[in-house]
Ligand binder design. Structure first.
Ligand code: ADP
Ligand code: MG
Length: 396
């Protein structure tokens, strides 16, 4: 994918940098600083070019009003140490106007300021042109490092990119390069895994994937709907029976293009509970009271073999109820195998999705995958084949 990268940005500029500082909070305190640390590569590259940097972000949903509890000021004590500039980091209590101008003029090369929550202004989510211009004022370039917000056409993610010369930040760049390697121009054969709870939430994704992949393994609750659609008895499993027709249409559309891998055996229990008595059975062995909660060992063996035969893997959605052992077995086995292949350089393994990230962490293999996207909605929309406004604006 061809987009502007920081290397090509001019030196000694004033840079407006859109970051994702929508950090998780617990009991009024920031519970995880991953997103703060993730902005560091971009900040360091810009500092190396002598840029003066203003960090711009949204936090929570203030809906266009100043909500003190949603001020980004509260992350300042954590951000200072991350940036190694305890005394140097300034906070500006707005993201537009004279206070921004004054703060910038006080900065030396490499200096950083944090701007107030951009969603305090209604123009942000309205993608108002005048507001985008106000954001752009005082700056020479715009850098977007917030892939997770790129599916939204807001002033700070899209509007401003049409006003200032726009560049992808380092995190954005990594994400785009990984996504391009997985679905844009992938090394074939490409295998997909789609799991999770429901077909209805992933319909667009399934349709896009069968058009692009060589093989697609379907797991989790959504596999139950497919099995049901094929006339299998699925007992009391989670399934969307009204999606049976859709599932059959997907199977028909995949024919001759993309090989579908559906479960050939399953793990069932009568309750979704830790330590519930479970058993493995073939597709004919699911009882009326049984719930299918995981893929069976034969299904897993086939999936691992399909990974061995693939050059690229794209994965969204766990294969079972991974939160409750032993129904994490298939997801764990698949995650470990994919990570081992990726680590050995035999597979480009890209995964994303809220619960998928949790499942890979649970399996302890996130670090060995080629790329794990934490972008949630943006990642899913990209997997659905949609153009992301924040990314489109960086293309050239
Ligand atoms: P992601 O957030 O990665 O996109 P989803 O939200 O689509 O993933 O799906 C994750 C959820 O699917 C998990 O909470 C998991 O427990 C559930 N799930 C997986 N398999 C089953 C199953 N067989 N029955 C019920 N729920 C399932
Ligand atoms: Mg989820």
């Amino acid at each position: 994918m061809s987009f502007r990268r920081i290397e090509n940005a001019p030196d000694n500029v004033a840079a407006l940098v859109r970051v994702d500082f929508n950090v998780p909070m617990a009991d009024g305190r920031m519970s995880d600083d991953t997103r703060l640390r993730a902005a560091l590569p971009t900040i360091r590259s810009l500092q190396a070019k002598g840029a003066r940097i203003a960090l711009l972000a949204h936090f929570d949903r203030p809906k266009g009003k100043r909500v003190p509890e949603m001020s980004l000021k509260q992350i300042l004590p954590a951000l200072g140490p991350v940036l190694d500039s305890v005394d140097g980091l300034l906070f500006v209590d707005d993201c537009v106007g004279d206070s921004v101008k004054t703060a910038l003029s006080a900065l030396g090369p490499g200096g950083v300021v944090l701007l107030e929550n951009v969603r305090f202004h209604p123009g942000e989510e309205d993608n108002d042109r005048q507001f985008a211009k106000a954001l752009a004022a005082n700056f020479d370039i715009y850098v977007n490092d917030a892939f997770s917000a790129a599916h939204r056409a807001h002033a700070s993610t899209e509007g401003v990119a049409h006003i200032l010369p726009a560049y992808a930040g380092k995190q954005m760049e990594r994400e785009l390069d990984a996504l391009e390697a997985a679905l844009g121009k992938p090394k074939r054969p490409v295998l997909g895994i789609v799991g999770g709870a429901k077909v209805s939430t992933k319909l667009e994704l399934l349709k896009n994937l069968i058009a692009k992949l060589d093989r697609l393994a379907i797991g989790g609750g959504m596999a139950n709907t497919f099995l049901y659609a094929q006339g299998r008895d699925i007992g009391g499993s989670l399934a969307e029976k009204d999606m049976a027709e859709t599932a059959r249409a997907i199977i028909a559309a995949a024919q001759g293009k993309c090989e579908l891998l559906l479960p050939v055996d399953v793990v069932v229990a009568s309750e979704v509970k830790a330590g519930a008595a479970s058993r493995t059975c073939g597709l004919g062995g699911v009882g009326a009271e049984d719930k299918i909660l995981d893929a069976g060992p034969e299904t897993v063996t086939r999936l691992l073999k399909a990974m061995d035969e693939s050059a690229t893997l794209i994965w969204n959605g766990p294969l079972g109820v991974f939160e409750i052992p032993p129904f994490d077995a298939a997801t764990n086995a698949a995650a470990k195998h994919a990570a081992a292949l990726a680590k050995a350089g035999k597979l480009i393994a890209v995964a994303g999705g809220g619960d998928t990230v949790a499942a890979l962490n649970h399996a302890g293999v996130s670090g060995d995958m080629t790329f794990v996207s934490t972008a949630g909605g943006a990642f899913l929309e990209w997997m659905e084949g949609k153009a992301l406004p924040g990314v489109e604006a960086l293309k050239r």
